[in-house]
Design a protein. Structure first.
Lengths: 125, 684
């Protein structure tokens, strides 16, 4: 859970944190998200995961994301590098840090937080 | 069931400070971690066959080597593209083939918008197809854009498919690009053959016709159904062996063949025969192509005829010149002798006969000369009345006794702006045609000249409003068959027998009328006669009187010194005697150089020069210029045997007082001398 620690430290200054987040969006990579979703053919959860991540991207990242969807049946070589255990798996390649989400991505709030598109809820950690 | 983890958080490979004491809690966590790692490794490396899932409905077993694998492999390996798409266009699944067809990496096709991949012109069709396929299987053609920019012509088969409650469509994509291209190519080739203006016959290897394109019917008159099945030999048995000899030797055969159409008319065909070889080299078919060249062959004949006519014209010009030179002494000497003999005597009568014959000859030569047309017409006021009279007079010698001429000139202002030579040719052609039409049975040639005022113009003749001079030539001859009337003005079209007409007369008439801004129409009834009407724009001012004679009536100029130059002895002597008989003092010189030397020594000794145009070393025009240089006011009369030269304006520019045509009669000579010598007198 180290990846979350930078955010954790700023927990008491939410306003500042949002500012930093927005600044981060504008800086460096130009705010472009690079996401990779690993699926298995047309299995129900794969299909659901695609629909979910596409909707999230279109709603929150329109025009500044690149989404690659890899069918690990057809492109196992692309999956091998990623140390995949299960599918569907979404990997946030950019911006850093690297983050992984497993499942059909139906819990939108969690994904948004994980993608730094929502401040982390105060009560949880 | 979404879990957020972090790769950085994975403890595997994490280093701990050496010598640090582990708490029991840490030990317990590490052990659990190792167990989890081991479990994950087992799943990752495929050491397990199934997963046991604890769900709300109890435990469920998920087989890892799933039973669907064979079907999935079919989808992955098939040659067609397989796509699962949501009705809004989101591509949820694509196999490699569809991505390959588009030339786009598979990971980019997945999650892309299917509508965004379609070619703009195909978008509506694709939307309709998606709409329909949500209810039942639908299929149709859709064009996609490849990443390279090229088209992907695809055949789509779509069916509704619900995956875990999500409404999707399964799509099978067949790449038809090559097929369409082949089809198009084949259709184009077929169109080329079927729409070719050339006739195309396809024969099987045995020589039987298996295909005939539509042009075959146009050219031959036979329908394709009548041709198919026939053997080559049924068309031209004697051609078969030379054709096969040609195929054997050169690989093809070409030739020109005259063939009868179905209706019996004969067409000239340019034919080529070539074999069609199968891939293994054996002859599978023969192709016969043929083109109707009847028209071209006719044109070639007409062009040859035209060239003959032209050559004849040039020849006629040369011959006419020589004939005129010969005629001159006959005419003038006869006239001189006539003056010496008593009217009523036998000698006088005989000489009159000779003179009459010479005059006819002169008229004939003049007709021959009308062959040699001028290139540059000079437009001047011309009076049509005298022109018509003169043309009729010239035709009189060849007029059959059975033909009567009636000429009515009711025109007060019969002057038009035009080229006298061309207008002369115009009326001569009309008269000749009329007379020819009455050659067999005789009749009446009616010629009338009238003034007309076309208030509104005449659209049929292509004439605007204004005053016109109308010439009508009517005959009571054989007339022209109705079915050829529309061709009557075409060059080389003639109703006359071979050798009787060139077919250029009326086309020349039309050309001349057009160049004069006029119109021509023709009315004819077979067996009753023909009437040609020519309207030429009337000139505003009348032509000046042709005779500028200023001498008082009965006054005759005499005793003048005349320098005569001609390289032909007989003509020179004739002119000398003629001048002498007119009461002048002739000096005859045979060469231009001699005449020039004599004149330069005593330029004031001469009153006038009569100079032949066609002479060796220095022609009449050059001599005239030299004489004028010595004495600018010296009058020179140019005598010529060529009609062409007479109308050349450069002659008058050179200061030549008058140009006269050989042969001159004594009267003509007296008149021209009187005119030339009288003009300066008048000016004084």
């Amino acid at each position: 859970m180290k990846a979350r620690s930078p955010l954790k430290g700023k927990k008491r200054k939410p306003a500042f944190r949002t500012e930093a987040f927005e600044r981060a969006l504008r800086s460096g990579t130009g705010g472009t998200y690079v996401l990779k979703l690993f699926v298995t053919g047309t299995t129900p959860r794969s299909v659901t995961a695609i629909a979910n991540i596409k909707r999230i991207c279109e709603e929150h990242l329109k025009g500044r994301y690149r989404l690659e969807i890899v069918d690990i049946y057809q492109q196992p070589e692309l999956a091998a590098k990623e140390q995949l255990v299960v599918a569907p798996t979404l990997i946030r390649k950019l911006p850093p840090p690297l983050r992984t989400f497993i499942g059909d991505l139906s819990q939108t709030e969690k994904i948004l937080v994980g993608l730094d598109l929502r401040p982390k809820p105060e009560k949880r950690g | 069931m979404t879990v957020a983890t972090s790769k950085a958080g994975q403890p595997a490979g994490g280093k701990r400070p050496v010598g640090a004491k582990k708490s029991p809690e840490t030990e317990r966590l590490e052990r659990r971690l190792r167990e989890t790692e081991a479990c994950l490794d087992a799943i990752r490396t495929g050491e397990v066959d199934a997963l046991v899932i604890h769900g709300p409905r109890g435990e469920q077993i998920y087989t890892l080597k799933d039973a669907d694998r064979p079907y999935r492999l079919i989808i992955e390996k098939m040659r067609e593209g397989a796509v699962t798409v949501r009705p809004d266009g989101l591509i949820l699944y694509s196999n490699r083939q569809f991505a390959a067809m588009l030339g786009i990496p598979l990971e980019e096709v997945m999650g892309a918008d299917l509508f965004g991949l379609a070619a703009p012109e195909s978008l509506e069709g694709l939307k309709t197809l998606v709409e329909q396929s949500q209810v039942a299987v639908a299929s149709g053609d859709v064009e996609f854009r490849r990443r390279s920019g090229g088209p992907l012509l695809a055949y789509l088969s779509m069916a509704p498919l619900a995956i875990d409650g999500i409404q999707t469509l399964s799509v099978v994509v067949t790449d038809m690009t090559e097929e369409r291209r082949t089809q198009d190519e084949r259709a184009r080739l077929a169109a080329i053959v079927s729409q070719s203006l050339d006739g195309v016959l396809v024969l099987d290897s045995g020589g039987k016709i298996v295909y005939a394109n539509p042009s075959c019917r146009k050219i031959s008159g036979y329908a394709a159904s009548e041709l198919v099945g026939l053997g080559m030999e049924t068309f031209d048995a004697e051609l078969v062996s030379p054709v096969f000899a040609g195929l054997e030797k050169d690989g093809f055969w070409k030739g020109r063949v005259a063939r009868a159409r179905k209706d019996g008319t004969v067409v000239e065909l340019d034919v080529s025969v070539s074999p069609l070889r199968a891939t293994e080299g054996t002859i599978s078919n023969y192709i016969i192509q043929f083109r109707d060249v009847t028209h071209a062959v006719d044109m070639e004949k007409k062009i040859r005829q035209m060239e003959r006519t032209e050559a004849l014209g040039r020849l006629a010009g040369g011959v006419a010149h020589d004939l005129n030179n010969i005629l001159m002494p006959i005419m003038v000497n006869t006239e001189l002798l006539l003056e010496d003999t008593e009217p009523g005597t036998q000698q006088h009568a005989l000489l009159r006969n000779i003179h009459e014959a010479a005059l006819r000859q002169k008229a004939l030569v003049s007709r021959i000369l009308s062959f040699t047309r001028k290139a540059n017409p000079s437009f001047l006021p011309v009076r049509m009345g005298p022109l018509v009279d003169e043309a009729l007079k010239l035709l009189e010698p060849s007029l059959p006794a059975s033909v009567t001429i009636r000429c009515v000139a009711n025109s007060a202002g019969d002057t038009v702006i035009g080229d006298a030579t061309e207008l002369h040719e115009l009326v001569t052609n009309l008269f000749t045609n009329a007379i020819d039409a009455m050659q067999a049975n005789g009749g009446v040639l009616d010629v009338s000249l009238t003034d007309v005022l076309l208030g509104e113009g005449d659209p049929a003749l292509g004439l605007g409003p204004g005053p016109y001079m109308k010439l009508t030539v009517r005959d009571t001859g054989c007339g022209i068959p109705a079915h050829v009337l529309d061709k009557i003005f075409d060059p080389f079209f003639t109703t006359k027998q071979t050798g009787k007409g060139t077919g250029i007369g009326l086309s020349i008439v039309r050309g001349i009328v057009k160049s004069h801004g006029g119109g021509v129409s023709l009315v004819s009834r077979e067996g009753q006669g023909t009437e040609v009407t020519v309207c030429l724009p009337a000139a505003r001012a009348a032509a000046p009187e042709v005779k500028p004679r200023t001498l008082a009536k009965g006054e005759v100029v005499r005793g003048r010194s005349v320098l005569i130059v001609d390289d032909e002895d007989m003509v020179l002597d004739t002119l000398r005697r003629a001048v002498l008989s007119l009461g002048h003092r002739p000096t005859a010189v045979k060469s231009a150089a001699g005449a020039l030397a004599l004149f330069r020594s005593e330029p004031l000794d001469f009153d006038l020069a009569l100079v032949d145009q066609t002479m060796p070393h220095m022609n009449g025009l050059e001599l005239a210029a030299e004489l004028k240089r010595t004495r600018p006011d010296f009058p020179v009369i140019l005598v010529t045997g060529y009609s062409k030269v007479v109308n050349d304006p450069t002659l008058r520019q050179a200061g030549v007082a008058e140009v006269v045509m050989k042969p001159l009669s004594l009267k003509d000579l007296a008149a021209v001398i009187d005119r030339v010598l009288a003009v300066p007198d008048q000016e004084v």
